[in-house]
Design a binder for this molecule. Structure first.
Ligand SMILES: [Zn+2]
Ligand SMILES: [Zn+2]
Length: 318
């Protein structure tokens, strides 16, 4: 993990909220007499994010701190404006996600943003410049919700005049299908290296030993993609933390202890896997609870599809 999180050999997979840590890890990784538990002892709770250069899923629209993942999902990286100015600029390229591409000068449209079942009124408005810029504006009550959810990021941004790049926190906008101009908002909180490693190890004890011991190379590749920390973060940011098969959510059942825990399953049929395969975390990886994941893999030569598993649940859970 020390090497993975450092910049050794030009690695740049992760960005720490505190960049000095990464420099120190790089020096350490390059030291032949390195102490591999150093990262764990000293920095394992430091928050990190994936370098944005690796989050470019094919066909995503990216502009400034925005990224549109699909018709229904967009991310906004947290910056000063979100905390302090009760809103955020919406670049031209992002307008049509919010059905605002046809707004003219000084026009506006009312929208609803919903967080944890509470609705906050907001709007998208154009200013009166000759080539008008658009903003999403909400009220102080929603800014307070954001500050409450991101206390550390808020103080980092207040302390640091120059840039908020690299804090890793995001707003996730989920378009509500059957409502007009209504968006659910979830907060994507940066994770620590420790949490990633612990979650992967928790899964390891369940599955990996026996599968690898039998030398099943094909299965090994499937599991390897599921266990890649970068794939994991990307998949969970996109899909969320509820089981796609049964809806189970660890936090709803176990509270804080279960927060953000879920396993990641690779859905491509294993026979089609090649060693050099490129993974699309949107399409190829899905969150599954531990029970469903175990059942999917229970028979090594017959990995179930999510649909097959749901079929079993429908038949047997009546
Ligand atoms: Zn499940
Ligand atoms: Zn799996």
């Amino acid at each position: 993990m020390t090497s993975m999180f450092s910049k050794q050999k030009g690695r740049d997979y992760f960005i720490f909220q505190n960049p000095e840590i990464q420099e120190e890890l790089t020096l350490l990784a390059n030291n032949p007499k390195r102490n591999n538990s150093f990262w764990r002892t000293n920095y394992s709770n430091e928050k990190l994010m994936i370098n944005p250069k690796y989050t470019g899923w094919t066909n995503n629209v990216k502009s400034f701190s925005w990224e549109v993942l699909s018709d229904l999902i967009a991310f906004k990286g947290l910056d000063k404006s979100v905390f302090i100015h009760n809103g955020t600029g919406i670049p031209k390229e992002i307008r049509n996600f919010f059905n605002a591409e046809s707004l003219g000068r000084k026009e506006k449209v009312e929208i609803s943003i919903i967080h944890e079942q509470v609705e906050y009124p907001a709007r998208i408005e154009m200013d009166n410049q000759p080539s008008p810029r658009s903003r999403m504006v909400w009220k102080a009550d929603f800014s307070n919700v954001i500050k409450r959810n991101f206390p550390n990021e808020y103080s980092t941004i207040l302390d640091n005049e120059k840039s908020s790049d690299g804090i890793g926190a995001k707003l996730k906008f989920l378009k509500v299908r059957n409502a007009v101009n209504t968006y659910k908002i979830e907060f994507v909180v940066p994770v620590s290296g420790q949490l990633i490693q612990d979650d992967l190890e928790a899964e390891d004890t369940e599955y990996n030993g026996p599968q690898r011991a039998e030398g099943n190379a094909v299965m090994y590749y499937g599991r390897r993609y599921e266990r890649d920390p970068i794939n994991r973060i990307l998949a969970l940011e996109y899909h969320g933390h509820s089981c796609v098969a049964c809806g189970f959510n660890f936090e709803e059942v176990y509270g804080e202890r279960g927060k953000d825990y879920i396993e990641v399953h690779h859905v491509k049929p294993l026979s089609t896997l090649k060693a050099e395969m490129v993974i699309d975390p949107k399409k190829d990886l899905v969150p599954l609870c531990s029970n469903c994941h175990r059942m999917v893999h229970r028979k090594k030569d017959e990995v179930l599809s999510i649909e097959d598993l749901q079929g079993l649940l429908n038949v047997n859970m009546k």
